[in-house]
Ligand binder design. Structure first.
Ligand SMILES: C[S@@+](CC[C@H](N)C(=O)[O-])C[C@H]1O[C@@H](n2cnc3c(N)ncnc32)[C@H](O)[C@@H]1O
Length: 316
């Protein structure tokens, strides 16, 4: 079945019935990778004792969390998080923040993906930012906007093309400057370099351009890309996660993600020689995370593009 036809694994009831028996982990269970020591669990991110079991003695130098936040595309559990207004959602975030802080090392970074719904008071971003001020141990570092290539709502409003990333530090972790081949959007001005007139566009080919806190150079994942994971509905681009990992941790460090989904953080950690500790509340996404790592090691491919990650099921 083509990727476009593979249903979302979180919402299709019949599909879930077929996939659950193929999942090697049940609620509360943890898988440990024999080669790089990565760990994957089926654990609720708000469960502090589950988090303790997942980490053991390990501490995370970097946490990249991407909790559900898009109510428009969310499943039933996501919608329930907003059922009593933003308060339920903020309470959910407080609970996972407390659990996460207990496993962060004394010098570490915490990055949180979120969104601002312009039809609903720019939630959850606005309340989330204010609530995070209650965590005095976290220092604000960056507020990054990543531009999507595809947008929506073009007829009666400005096209919506953004995803938000909030970055905090705990203690004094090291930050490594990232460089990119970011394309210049504005022609801007010219400058003389060694007597030759150089246009802004030519100079932008330098490899010393920093992405800054507005990322316009990262391709959103879509079904034709190799890294596409059919059945996952909220996959972040590997390039974005790799940029965060390289700038905010070092080789050998432990990188964590409590909302694993398609396993993007685990795969980026493997590719950048970090150790990843991750979990998802849904056994199907925990299984997908482990399979993505195994698939990469076996084939060198970062996803399944349009093929099924569960070839055992004929009907997929
Ligand atoms: C937005 S997706 C994460 C996408 C991920 N960054 C990626 O690139 O694939 C959110 C994930 O959080 C999981 N989730 C929802 N509530 C959770 C909870 N309380 N604890 C752990 N995982 C949860 C969902 O099952 C879903 O897979």
């Amino acid at each position: 079945m083509a990727a476009a036809l593979i249903p979302r694994f979180d919402v299709d009831g019949a599909m879930r019935e077929s996939l659950l028996p193929l999942c090697r982990l049940k609620a509360g269970e943890i898988w440990e990778d024999l080669f790089s020591g990565h760990r994957v669990g089926v654990i609720d991110a708000t469960d502090a004792s589950g988090m303790k079991a997942l980490f053991g003695d390990l501490k995370a130098a970097l946490v990249i969390n991407d909790p559900p936040y898009n109510i428009a595309v969310g499943n039933r559990p996501t919608k329930a998080l907003f059922s009593n207004g933003i308060e339920t959602y903020i309470d959910f975030c407080k609970r996972w923040l407390r659990a996460v802080l207990s496993v962060m090392s004394s010098d570490s970074f915490l990055c949180i993906w979120t969104g601002a719904d312009q039809t609903k008071g720019f939630q959850p971003l606005s309340d989330l930012m204010i609530m995070l001020r209650d965590f005095a141990e976290l220092e604000t570092r960056s507020f990054i906007t990543m531009r999507n290539q595809r947008g929506y709502g073009t007829q009666k409003n400005w096209m919506f093309v953004r995803q938000e990333l909030l970055c905090y530090s705990f203690g004094s972790p090291n930050f490594t400057v990232a460089y990119t081949e970011i394309p210049k959007i504005l022609k801007g001005y010219y400058k003389s370099v060694a007597g030759k007139r150089m246009e802004n566009m030519e100079r932008s080919k330098s490899d010393t351009i920093r992405p800054g806190n507005v990322w316009v150079d990262i391709q959103q994942v879509f079904y034709r890309m190799e890294e596409n994971v059919p059945g996952a509905y909220a996959q972040k681009p590997l390039e974005a996660i790799e940029r965060i990992i390289r700038s905010s941790s070092s080789a050998g460090h432990c990188v964590a993600d409590m909302f694993s989904h398609s396993g993007t953080t685990l795969l980026s950690a493997e590719m950048t020689k970090r150790r990843c500790v991750t979990c998802d509340i849904d056994p199907i996404f925990a299984e997908l995370t482990i399979r993505r790592l195994e698939h990469f090691r076996k084939t060198g491919r970062t996803g399944w593009q349009q093929k099924s990650p569960f070839p055992e099921i004929d009907s997929l």
